[in-house]
Design a binder for this molecule. Structure first.
Ligand code: PLP
Length: 368
C-alpha cells in the first residue's frame, strides 16, 4: 500500500469530539440526557418550524453521527460493500480534499488530466501540491483520459497521487474495469489512485462485482448528488481499505455531514426504486439529447454520465455559443481549461429537450 505522511503514522491526531452517537455505540446504550455538548437544545425555532415543519427542525438541534453509521449500513447492505470500507463525507468534493489532506503533503506532485473535473486541481493547488497535467487522448468520437500518460507522469514526477474521474467529466468517457486495474498496477507502489466515481450510478454495470471491490492503494469516491438528487445537502462516500479510512478519519472535519443531511439520505436510500426510476429517466433523456444533436451533425461524445459532451470544430465557436446562450439565460458548461475550450457539456434534464431551448447551439451547428 502507498504510504502516509509521517505526521499521521504515529498515534493521533485523535478526534476530540466524536459525538454522542459514537459514545452511545461505544457504551452500548442510549444517553437520554444531552447536557454536555453546548448545543442550543432549548431554542424554540418558531421561524424554522413555520418554514420547514417540525420534522425538519428535530434534525437541527444536535451534532450528527460523525461516523454516519446509518448511511454506511444502508450502502453496505444495498451494494455489498464491507461496512468498514465505507466513509461518509460532505460530497465527493469534500472527499477529494480529504484524500489530498491524508496523503499528499504540500510540495508533493499529483497528476491529473488537463481539463478534467477542475475541483481536483483547485484543491491540489490549495493544498500546496505540484499539479502535473497530461493531455487527453483525442480521436474522432473519443475524448478519454490517457491512462498510459497518467501512469508515465506519475513515475516520472514521483507523484504521490493520480486523479482519474471515471466516468469522466466533462467528456463522459468510461474506462472499463480491466483498464482501471491495469492503471493501478502500472502506478508506482507509493503512488495513490484517487478514482472519482461521481457518475458511477449511471453506468450500465453499476452493480457489477468490480463496483463493490475495495482496491488497495485506491480511494474510490461516489456521491448522492447526481443519481440521488441531493447535491444541495452535500453527501458522498469513499470506498477504501479500512487502514486508509482510519487515516482519513484522523484529518476529517467530523461534523461535516449535517444531521439533517444524514436523515434525508437515509430516507432516499430506503427508497431505491425512486433512484432507479430517476436513473432510467436520465439515461433515456441522455439518449434523446445525443440523438437530437447527432442528427444536426454534432460530434456527441459517448457518455456514461447524466450529461452529454459535444466537441465543436473550434474554440471560438464553442465560446460564442456558450456566451450567447448565457446572455439568453441558458447556462450550459464549457470547461475553462484551454485543452477543452472546444467542448460543451449539457445536462440531460427535460429542460434541455424543450424545443428551442438550445436553438443558439442548433443554429451554430447548422451554419457550420
Ligand atoms: C467528477 C466529479 N466529481 C465530483 C463532483 C462533485 O460531487 P459532490 O457534489 O458530491 O461534491 C462532481 C460534480 O459535478 C463531478 O463531476
Amino acid at each position: 500500500m502507498p504510504r502516509f505522511p509521517d505526521h499521521l503514522t504515529g498515534d493521533g491526531p485523535t478526534n476530540p469530539f466524536p459525538g454522542i452517537r459514537v459514545l452511545e455505540r461505544r457504551l452500548g446504550r442510549e444517553i437520554p440526557h444531552r447536557l454536555g455538548s453546548n448545543e442550543g437544545l432549548d431554542m424554540p425555532h418558531r421561524a424554522l418550524r413555520a418554514h420547514f415543519g417540525d420534522a425538519m427542525v428535530e434534525h437541527a438541534y444536535c451534532y450528527g453521527d460523525s461516523e454516519a453509521l446509518g448511511i454506511r449500513q444502508r450502502l453496505a447492505d444495498q451494494q455489498g460493500i464491507p461496512l468498514e470500507a465505507l466513509l461518509v463525507d460532505a460530497g465527493a468534493d469534500s472527499l477529494i480534499a480529504l484524500a489530498l489532506r491524508t496523503v499528499a503533503e504540500p510540495g508533493t506532485a499529483v497528476v491529473a488530466t488537463g481539463g478534467t473535473y477542475p475541483t481536483f486541481g483547485y484543491f491540489a493547488r490549495g493544498q500546496g501540491c505540484r499539479l502535473v497535467e497530461v493531455p487527453y487522448e483525442e480521436a474522432p468520437g473519443r475524448l478519454a483520459p490517457d491512462l498510459e500518460a497518467l501512469s508515465a507522469a506519475a513515475r516520472r514526477e514521483r507523484a504521490r497521487l493520480v486523479y482519474l474521474a471515471n466516468p469522466d467529466n466533462p467528456g463522459g468517457h468510461l474506462h472499463d474495469d480491466a483498464a482501471i486495474r491495469q492503471l493501478r498496477e502500472t502506478l508506482p507502489d507509493d503512488c495513490w489512485l484517487l478514482l472519482d466515481e461521481a457518475y458511477h450510478d449511471f453506468r450500465d454495470d453499476a452493480e457489477s462485482s468490480f463496483a463493490r471491490e475495495v482496491l488497495p492503494g485506491v480511494f474510490r469516491l461516489r456521491t448522492l448528488s447526481k443519481a440521488h438528487g441531493m447535491a444541495g445537502l452535500r453527501i458522498g462516500y469513499a470506498i477504501a481499505e479500512p487502514a486508509t479510512l482510519a487515516m482519513m478519519m484522523k484529518v476529517r472535519i467530523h461534523y461535516a455531514v449535517s444531521t439533517l443531511t444524514q436523515a434525508a439520505a437515509e430516507v432516499v436510500l430506503d427508497h431505491p426504486d425512486e433512484t432507479h426510476e430517476h436513473i432510467a429517466a436520465v439515461l433515456e433523456r441522455r439518449q434523446r439529447l445525443a440523438e437530437h444533436f447527432r442528427g444536426l451533425g454534432a460530434e456527441v461524445l459517448p457518455s456514461a454520465t447524466n450529461f452529454i459532451g459535444i466537441r465543436l470544430p473550434s474554440v471560438e465557436l464553442a465560446e460564442r455559443v456558450h456566451r450567447e446562450l448565457l446572455e439568453d439565460g441558458r447556462l450550459i458548461a464549457r470547461p475553462a481549461h484551454p485543452n477543452l475550450g472546444h467542448v460543451l457539456r449539457i445536462t440531460a434534464v427535460e429542460d434541455a429537450l424543450v424545443p428551442g431551448r438550445l436553438a443558439i447551439l442548433e443554429r451554430a451547428l447548422e451554419e457550420g
